[in-house]
Design a protein around this ligand. Structure first.
Ligand code: PXG
Length: 435
């Protein structure tokens, strides 16, 4: 079915160069497994699992069946003050994937909402403990925490922040890419000591004014930046020393992308609060969650008010939407029963060796990878950092590959069941496109 120009004009697309797109639209019409079909009938390899969402591939029968059954049984249920069984089942299932102690789940409608929820929990937690001045946040340069004002404030991608005026008070750690750790395979050996900067930032702001440090264990959107060895451990111990909460934004890292249930598990550091979304429902239906330690949750429950009163005045119409819960239960069950975390660990070395072959291309400045996530930084055109990734991604599209371009990077994150031959095709096409 063709899309008219009036229809194209009517939709203001997110994070898209709308003017370019509408001159030359790229329209998906169907998807199955690792492939889309576009409006010209071409088969397109999905090099980013949707938007880091569909690690199980597209059109997963068990998820689709669960959704169909749910809409026919209970299509919606009020999320405030009434419940339905699937949200409780899903919450318990989620806690079987999270590190020990993180076992209270607050459902949200998206990843950005999960981040806002985590930030609000952190501030309210300190207020309940009689320390309301602990309200500032510390994020990191190049961090991405969604698009709402709290997430933008802790986020460190300048292009996303600069035209939106005043944000929440937040300081930012340096990014962890350095000249010594380019072309690292997995976690860089250099750069762990960059975490020491946190101590100075905390002391300059006063620990009594800081609620939480918010980090992606591995930065995703900024182009796949794995934490240097020792970095997260030091962050954790500095937070503990100053009694500051540590929030891991696991919206990309969580639920398999790194070959483990979480970035926390992959890197061996446990936060106080964790956010997830995307892979939670395999992307089929929007859903996110903030998961907190029971000690944090208990501080809210221990308030001395009548028990019909709200403990936390926060939530979304679509929190724990029954259809999303059905999708989440199916998605997490498949991840566990078919051991996709192990599958990612098995294929990751091949992914790593193929992506690093692109180092030979003269425009490639850096390559990073972990699990089934890879980022490639490209040499800028003078004063146009975003142009070359766009051009490369368009060449890939012509060749039948969807890869993500953002900032000065290309990002790759195929489905967990990706085959070696598919990776061969992807990286050979990428090599051609880069040259
Ligand atoms: N935190 C992290 C770490 C994310 O990656 C969000 C929060 C926000 O989630 P929502 O559901 O509100 O979009 C994200 C989202 C990319 C890309 O290509 C990444 C995201 C979204 C779109 C594109 O890197 N991450």
């Amino acid at each position: 079915m063709t899309i008219t120009s009036a229809q194209l004009d009517a939709h203001w697309m997110p994070f898209t160069g709308n003017r370019q797109f509408k001159k030359d639209p790229r329209i998906m019409v169907a998807a199955e497994g690792s492939y889309y079909r576009d409006s010209n009938g071409r088969k397109i390899f999905d090099g980013l699992s949707g938007l880091w969402t569909c690690g199980l591939g597209h059109k997963v029968t068990r998820i689709n069946e669960a959704i169909k059954e749910q809409v026919d049984t209970l299509d919606f249920s009020p999320s405030f003050q009434f419940g339905h069984s699937k949200s409780f089942q899903l919450a318990e299932l989620i806690t079987s994937f999270t590190p020990k102690g993180l076992n209270r789940v607050f459902f949200t409608a998206s990843g950005s909402d999960a981040v806002e929820t985590a930030l609000k929990i952190a501030r309210a937690y300190w207020a309940h403990k009689g320390l309301p001045s602990k309200s500032k946040f510390i994020g990191r340069i190049k961090g991405y925490h969604g698009v709402n004002f709290g997430g933008l404030s802790v986020g460190g991608i300048e292009a996303n922040r600069k035209i939106f005026g005043e944000l929440l008070p937040a300081n930012h750690l340096r990014e962890t890419i350095t000249s010594e750790n380019t072309f690292s395979r997995g976690q860089p050996l250099e750069g762990g000591s960059l975490a020491e900067e946190l101590d100075g930032i905390i002391l300059s702001q006063g620990p009594e004014n800081i609620a939480a440090v918010v980090l992606e264990p591995l930065s995703g959107s900024a182009g796949v930046i794995p934490p240097p060895k020792g970095y997260l451990e030091r962050i954790k111990s500095i937070c503990a020393k100053h009694e500051i909460l540590l929030i891991f934004d696991e919206i990309i890292c969580g639920l398999g992308r790194l070959g483990r249930a979480s970035g926390s598990e992959a890197f061996g550091v446990v936060p106080d609060i964790m956010t997830i979304a995307k892979q939670l429902t395999n992307g089929v239906i929007p859903m996110g969650a903030a998961i907190v330690k029971s000690e944090i949750h208990d501080v809210f429950m221990d308030v001395n008010t009548p028990n019909y009163m709200l403990e936390f005045p926060h939530g979304y119409t679509y929190s724990a939407h029954p259809v999303a819960c059905a999708a989440g239960l199916a998605s997490l069950s498949i991840l566990r029963e078919e051991d996709f975390f192990q599958r990612v660990r098995d294929i990751a070395p091949y992914f790593e060796s193929r992506i690093h072959e692109l180092k030979e291309c003269s425009v490639v400045k850096d390559i990073r990878n972990f699990g089934l996530a890879g980022g490639i930084t490209l040499e800028h055109y003078p004063s146009e950092p975003a142009r070359r990734p766009f051009e490369v991604a368009m060449k890939m599209w012509e060749k039948g590959y969807y890869v993500r371009y953002a900032g000065d990077t290309i990002q790759i994150a195929p489905a967990f069941a990706v085959q070696e031959t598919e990776l061969d095709g992807l990286f050979e096409s990428l090599r051609d496109s880069l040259s």
